[in-house]
Ligand binder design. Structure first.
Ligand code: NAD
Length: 236
């Protein structure tokens, strides 16, 4: 492979667990049900086809919840890495807590709650902040708006660029993901053999090869990993 590994580059790969201590429920904690909704009804193209009003209501509630949540010490610690490294955050999360925690380069692979897009032209994407959308809210081409979210059965976003970044990272930090959702989880396998690779998670069914697992809560463990990687400079 031609890409050079860069020891001053870190990829941070996150899932719902990094936002759990900000009060946002993880997928797993909710046992497949998300505040009384059935995942198939609200997170699949068939669900949207069947009842768009229900899907919009579900994401309106999630959007409001995420806007009210605050970045926690893990999100903030990740941003501190930028003092000494090029940091690329690749997140499966649809909240914007990494951005609000100070991370400047965030790649979303499963979409963003703050954004909606046209059902006619997927290039037409709008940032609506904490607003709600309902059936009848249209894009400038007259088509219904839908959440800018990757539903089960849809292609993930930014896969190639994510792989490109992880292949050149000297360090990889994975936080709060069950690694159950593919192909997003497959990105981790593209990390280099010689890169330092750490996973911070409460539990782990199958650890990917070459990663060191630190069991614990994101807000307890991540600031220490960050301090270590910043050369022992303790800020907390
Ligand atoms: P998941 O729910 O499948 O797994 C969460 C993982 O985080 C588990 O392994 C759990 O042990 C760990 N965890 C829980 N609390 C933790 C904590 N405080 N510190 C460290 N680890 C903790 O989530 P996933 O792997 O991200 O996949 C589910 C899908 O649902 C993803 O696409 C995700 O984006 C989406 N989702 C997003 C949000 C959000 O944007 N905040 C919330 C729920 C689900």
């Amino acid at each position: 492979m031609s890409e050079e590994i860069d020891n001053k580059k870190i990829v941070v790969f996150t899932g719902a667990g990094v936002s759990a201590e900000s009060g946002l429920q993880t997928f797993r904690d909710s046992n497949g049900l998300w505040n009384n909704y059935e995942v198939n009804d609200v997170a699949t193209p068939a669900g949207w086809e069947n009842d768009p009003a229900l899907v919009l209501k579900f994401y309106n509630e999630r959007r409001l919840e995420a806007c009210e949540a605050k970045p926690n010490d893990a999100h903030k610690a990740i941003a501190r890495l930028q003092e000494e490294y090029e940091v690329v955050v690749i997140t499966q999360n649809i909240d914007d807590l990494h951005e609000r925690g100070g991370s400047e380069h965030v790649i979303h692979v499963h979409g963003e709650l703050r954004k909606v897009r046209s059902t006619k032209d997927e290039e037409l994407i709008y940032d609506i902040g904490a607003d709600t959308i309902i059936t009848g809210n249209l894009c400038e081409k007259g088509a219904q708006l839908r959440p800018h979210i990757v539903w089960f059965g849809e292609s993930i976003q930014n896969y190639e660029i994510s792989v490109k970044h992880i292949r050149t990272a000297g360090k990889v930090l994975v936080i709060g993901t069950s690694l159950a959702v593919y192909p997003a989880a497959g990105v981790l396998k593209k990390a280099r053999y010689h890169a330092e690779k750490i996973i911070v998670n409460l539990d782990m069914e199958k650890k990917p090869f070459g990663y060191k697992w630190i069991r614990g809560k994101a807000t307890s463990v991540v600031p220490h990993v960050v301090d270590l990687w910043l050369g022992g400079k303790c800020v907390v």
